[in-house]
Design a protein around this ligand. Structure first.
Ligand code: AR6
Length: 171
């Protein structure tokens, strides 16, 4: 793992980073899981700004302010729903990470935290998603030195163990 990446276990809404990434839905109008937690912690102004964005296509990313969150920005990306792996899910998930990081670089964001996009309600197998997340981030950081720190935030021990295992395998 590069010096710029780390893995922690915890609640992404509590992190004092420049940006946190939301695993959103196409409407960007809130939902369950990490999306619900981010909207609750940010307050109603976040939903008001999201209403102005006209949604977000799967694999794309959009940015809002963080409002009541410790994070200054929220980057909303919509991961693929897992249909078994034959519908381009891997590539789409990779695009979520690349597009989120591209926005981060455009906004001079130096520290950014990602949840395990698509691995909850959307059913993407955790280890497979984890490999994509780590390899996409490492590739991006190689060519974008302005981003100083990427944190993978795991909600629970099993996700944390999975990230550490994959990082050991890939490095
Ligand atoms: N901090 C960090 N990670 C979290 C948190 C948190 N507070 N809460 C959950 N996770 P999910 P998806 C983890 O279901 O699969 C929503 O309803 C969770 O354990 O939040 O991309 C949206 O509106 C899992 O590992 O997102 C969409 O409709 C990961 O975050 C849909 O769910 C992602 O789980 C998106 O589904």
């Amino acid at each position: 793992m590069s010096q710029q990446t780390s893995v922690i276990q915890g609640d992404i809404t509590q992190l004092p980073v420049d940006a946190i990434v939301n695993a959103a839905k196409n409407s960007l109008l809130g939902g369950g899981g990490v999306d619900g937690a981010i909207h609750r912690a940010a307050g109603p102004e976040l939903l008001a700004e999201c209403r102005l964005l006209n949604g977000c296509a799967t694999g794309e990313a959009k940015i809002t302010k963080g409002y009541q969150l410790p994070a200054k920005w929220v980057i909303h990306t919509v991961g693929p729903v897992w249909y078994g792996g034959d519908r381009g899910e891997d590539e789409t998930l990779g695009r979520c990470y690349r597009n989120s990081l591209t926005l981060a670089a455009q906004y001079q964001i130096k520290t950014i935290a990602f949840p395990a996009i698509s691995t909850g309600v959307y059913g993407f197998p955790l280890e497979r998603a984890c490999k994509i997340a780590i390899s996409e981030v490492n590739k991006f950081l190689h060519s974008h030195k302005s981003i100083e720190q990427v944190i993978f935030v795991c909600f629970g021990q099993s996700a944390y163990d999975c990230y550490l295992k994959v990082i050991r395998e890939l490095t």
